[in-house]
Structure formats: C-alpha cells, structure tokens
Design a protein around this ligand. Structure first.
Ligand SMILES: Cc1ncc(COP(=O)(O)O)c(C=O)c1O
Length: 459
C-alpha cells in the first residue's frame, strides 16, 4: 500500500537547526578533552537515539543513516526483536567467559554462524569481540594448522588495527606510521582493482594477470610456497574502496591455495552477514574459503567477531587460543536473532533495495562526469569520484565535500579508499529512503558542479 506524504516524511531526515546544534557542540567539547584524538570523525554527528535507518541527535535533528555504524547495524538501529533478546538475556546472564565455562548462548551462536558458512561438513567457531580479533584468530589458526609462518595479503586490504591484522593491512599508511615493527613474514600483492588495473589490463578477458606476481615472482623469488600458511583476502575490499574481486580472481586464488596447501582466508568482516544479499559476498562467486572471519553485522551492533573453519582445521589444543569477553551471551543472542531475521526476509530485501540503489546511482553516474566508477553488490556500493572521466584522476577533495554536504542535508555517508563514497545502509532500508538519498546526492553533485565542477569546486 502506498504511503501518505506524512508517513513518508517520517522516514526521512529533518534538520531543525544549525549543525552541530548546541547540545551536540557541548558533547564535542567534552569529547575533545577526554577521548583519544586518534578516531577519524569526518563530520560532527552526535548520535543520541536510533530506530531502523534513522538517527536522532540530541538537538532533535533526524538523519537518514547510510553508514550503519560502519556497516554494522544490519537489522537497523535497535530492531525491537534484537532489543528484546538482549534485554531477556541481560536479566538472565550477562557474562560467564566461554574460555573457562559453558553456556547455551555460546554454543547456539557458534552453531548458527557455522551453519551459514559455506564450508562443507563439520565446522567449529571461535567467538571473540571484533573483526580484528577474528583476523588474529585466523592468523594463529592458519599458522598452527599448517605449521608455516608466511602470510599473504593484498594492496588496499584492511583487516584491523591489532598487530597481526595491521601487518596484513595495506590501505592507509597512517595505520602503520610510527607503529613498527609489524609482524614478520607477510607479503602484500596487487588486488584485482579492475577500475585501475595494477597490471594495465582490462577485465573481463585478462585472465586475472594481477595474480601472476604471486606465482611468478613471490613464489619463485621471495617466499617458498610451502612456507606460506595463509592468503587473506576480502572478497569485496571494504576500507580500501568497496572493490569487488571478480570471480576468476577468487577462483585462481582458490586453485593456488589448494595446490600449495595454503589456507584461503576470506575476511568477510565487512562484506558478510547479508550485506550483499547473500550471507557472504564470496557466495556470489561460488568459491569457498578454508577460514572465514566475520564481525560487524553479525550481532546487529553488539560486539562479536567469529572465526569459522572446518572441524579438521579448527582442531587446535586446549589453551592455544582463548578470550575473556569473546562470545558474550548478549552478543550471542543478538547474533542468533540477526541470522533469523536475515533468513526470514532481510537477505531478499537487501537484494531488491541494492538493485534500487544501484539503479538510482547509475542514473546519476551517467549524468555526472565526476563519477569514475560505480561498483558493489547488494547494499555494499562504492562510487569512486574523479576529476573527470577523461583523466580518471582520483578526487578525494570532492568526495569529502559530497559526504559533508550530504550530512548538512541529513544524510549520513562515509568515504572509503582515497576517493570513494560508500553506501552501506542498514538492510531494513525502505524504497522511499533510497530514492531520497539518491536524489539528495544528485542535488549535492549538481551543486558542486555549478560551483566550478567536481574537484575544481572550492580549490
Ligand atoms: C574487512 C575488515 N576486516 C577487519 C576489520 C576490523 O574490524 P574491527 O574494527 O571490528 O576490529 C574491518 C573493519 O573495518 C574490516 O572492514
């Protein structure tokens, strides 16, 4: 049934005063005094309350959230069924530590997450608190299982900020500046970033020659393949710029890994949990990994990371790896409910909404010379901003201005990579919200263009 104008308006942003408002400014001041300055806030959004895809600030401004707490609030902010299971669990048991004791929620969550991972046969899961911890677990597990040391990752990769995960990351130098030494025995190689092919080819029809460097250079000149424990790959690079790897790339990686007894680790921390319309982005390619790293959307905002492998791979000794807080009962029940909600319709909804968003953005891209590339799957879409399509020069400044101007109009976006706008709304996003967001970005881009065009604006 069609919505009335008033009903539609309630789903959309409402900015009632200057941003940031007085209450928000008060908090920003306190934050500047007490909170680590290392965080990367792009614009001064102070969140007070959330519901579905909407977020209110303390001054009564209502925003449409297309960032979802960095692709976390899969079921939307404060989904009533998620809130209910957390409240019920909180009244029953808040913490016990699965390291030393047993509790139902941990077993049920391990089974529920294991069941959706496409590895065949028996699977086991290690529950922790974050994406980085899920990656740390995968590093240790791969080394333990293979009794090898070397790790391969990709240019543009982001796996987290702890030392192991940071050592595999290659997306921004700020993550590593003055932080060394990183983990030894890691090598980063080019990713299949087809818009700016690292080896100057054009996809399709290129036989993913970007991977030649692994077999023809790394494995012959630098690292004996029989000493490589794992290849870590994001099936769609997240922080690196929302860059999907083509199926052939993952297939060839699978072949290389199998040939040399290397663990293929899919870091699906950002691309997983339904964000692309399937539980895992890699499922769109049919390629299966040996170890899966999962976090972000898995528990609808409760802190949970999960590393899943076959029972034969995850067969390490008691004491080899553990955690005090990981697999907290509140996070576990939220994860079980999240999976239920995804299965009961959100996956399909994500696919439909993703097509709508991609369609709307594609129309904008056609009309705007500053959209260099538009890519992604489901509700994980990146729009790469360039000075113009003749040169394809990356334009970080205009990307930042688009994100800023959208905030002023009540649309919350984030950037990713040096010059890409990322779209990762909660999977419960409504068609009216998508249409409004596309329209707003279109207006912003048109305004920037009328002030001198793309990157030239404001320079
Ligand atoms: C692909 C990927 N892996 C790992 C991480 C690290 O997750 P966390 O910030 O929860 O430690 C992120 C975070 O953005 C990510 O996108």
């Amino acid at each position: 049934m069609a919505m009335s104008k008033t009903q539609t308006a309630e789903l959309l942003p409402k900015i009632v005063g200057d941003l940031p408002g007085p209450r928000a400014r008060e908090l920003l001041k306190l934050d500047a005094t007490y909170v680590s300055p290392s965080y990367t806030r792009t614009y001064p959004l102070v969140a007070d309350r959330g519901e579905g895809c909407l977020v209110w600030d303390p001054d009564g401004n209502r925003f449409l959230d297309f960032a979802a707490g960095i692709a976390v609030c899969a079921t939307g902010h404060c989904h009533p069924q998620i809130v209910k299971v957390i409240q019920e669990q909180a009244a029953r048991l808040i913490h016990m530590s699965g390291t030393d004791f047993y509790y139902r929620a941990q077993v049920d969550a391990a089974k529920a997450v294991g069941d959706i991972v496409p590895i065949q046969g028996g699977k086991r899961a290690f529950l922790c608190n974050s994406g980085a911890e899920a990656v740390e677990c995968a590093i240790k597990l791969a080394r333990y299982h293979t009794v090898r040391r070397h790790l391969i990752s990709f240019h543009g990769a982001f796996h987290g900020r702890t030392y192991g995960a940071m050592s595999l990351s290659y997306s921004k130098v700020i993550h590593k500046r003055r932080m060394g030494p990183c983990l030894a025995d890691t090598t980063a190689i080019p990713y299949a970033y087809c818009y700016r092919c690292p080896v100057g080819k054009t996809y399709p029809g290129c036989s993913v020659e970007c991977l030649d460097v692994l077999e023809k250079v790394v494995f012959t000149k630098g690292v004996p393949p029989e000493e490589v424990a794992a290849i870590f790959v994001e099936p769609i690079q997240g922080e690196g710029g929302y860059v999907p790897a083509p199926m052939e790339f993952l297939r060839r990686l699978r072949e290389i890994a199998t040939k040399h007894g290397i663990m293929l680790v899919f870091d699906e921390v950002q691309s997983g949990m339904g964000r692309t319309g399937k539980f895992f982005a890699s499922e769109h390619t049919g390629i299966v990994g040996d170890i899966y790293c999962i976090a972000k959307g898995v528990a609808s905002g409760m802190p949970l990371g999960v590393t899943v492998a076959s029972s034969s791979v995850m067969s390490w000794a008691s004491g080899a790896h553990a955690t005090t807080f990981g697999g907290n009962p509140l996070a576990c029940v939220a994860a079980i409910k999240t999976i239920e909600l995804l299965e009961q319709g959100l996956l399909a909804h994500c696919e439909t909404m993703g097509e709508r968003l991609m369609g709307g953005l594609a129309q904008l891209a056609k009309e705007s010379p500053i959209v260099g590339d538009l890519r992604g799957k489901g509700l994980m879409i990146g729009m790469e901003i360039v000075t113009d399509r003749a040169t394809n020069d990356p334009d970080a400044q205009t990307r930042d201005r688009i994100v800023d101007e959208c905030f002023k109009r009540g649309l919350l976006l984030l950037g990713c990579g040096p010059n890409t706008v990322r779209f990762c709304p909660p999977l419960v996003v409504k068609p009216e919200q998508i249409d409004w967001a596309v329209n707003t970005i279109g207006q912003v881009m048109a305004q920037l263009a009328s002030h001198g065009g793309g990157a030239k604006a404001g320079r």
